[in-house]
Write a protein that binds this ligand. Sequence first.
Ligand code: SAH
Length: 278
Amino acid sequence: MEHVPALLRRYGLLNLNKDQRFLISPRALHAIVDAAELEPSEVVLEIGAGVGNLTRLLCERARKVYAMEKDRQLMGVLQSELGDIDNLELICADALEAELPACDVVVSNLPYSIATPLTFRLLEHEFDRAILTYQLELAKRLTAKPSTKSYGRLSVMVQHHCDVRMVARVPKGAFYPPPKVESATVRLVRRPSPYVVEDEALFFELVRAGFEHRRKKLRNALAISASFPLGAEYLRSLSAPELDMRAEELTGAQLASLANIVHRKLKNAGAIASASSR
Ligand code: SAH
């Protein structure tokens, strides 16, 4: 592979933005590809293909690779450099808006400015595994446990859908140009949630509202949320020890159990309302 700085110079790509940090360390690139554990029958979606250094390796291992890249100039580089690879399909699109193709494995060295919304978006997309490289602070949020600084909505949501494990730390020097902070590669494996959720939309809403005011007890955090379906009065009448704790102190299972209590309360209220209107 041509040296990335030389390649960028050759294409006149001198003004990179802060989202454009290309992995140049063979060790970091191989750690990502190894963590993907690709079967020759599998389909990969790579988001933010950049100059295609990771893309090329993925094409060697997978049946098909969709490589999405928003930057038109980089798309030009990808077309010239990788255009003759048979099992590669290049897509010039914004991964936050475009329809994402069906795949088994998602791989991304995530653009810094959209890392969080893109992670939430990916959770709504079907995949079996995802190998995602983030700034270290964000990688820590994905794997965080309750009552730690990094624990939040992202931790609960990712861990609700997937087993999460940090695969490798990625030093600044593994990128060109080097970012200001260290990064880490995280592996997500989709699995059924380890706890029961009776109404998923309500659970997600409770997690969202709960962490919106993460220093408040849930009873208060939920009461002031405009979109949470139970008001302060109902919440007062509800007895659940979780309500007197903060979202940040509770596991996904505990938050789910509270959501299930609220769900039943709403269902009973609905039943009473419809009975009395008969
Ligand atoms: N995968 C490459 C490049 C990573 S840099 C490597 O590891 O070297 C992240 C890439 O994501 C950049 O090329 C940037 O242009 C692209 N990108 C930024 N925002 C994007 C978006 N919304 N959709 C798709 N690609 C995006």
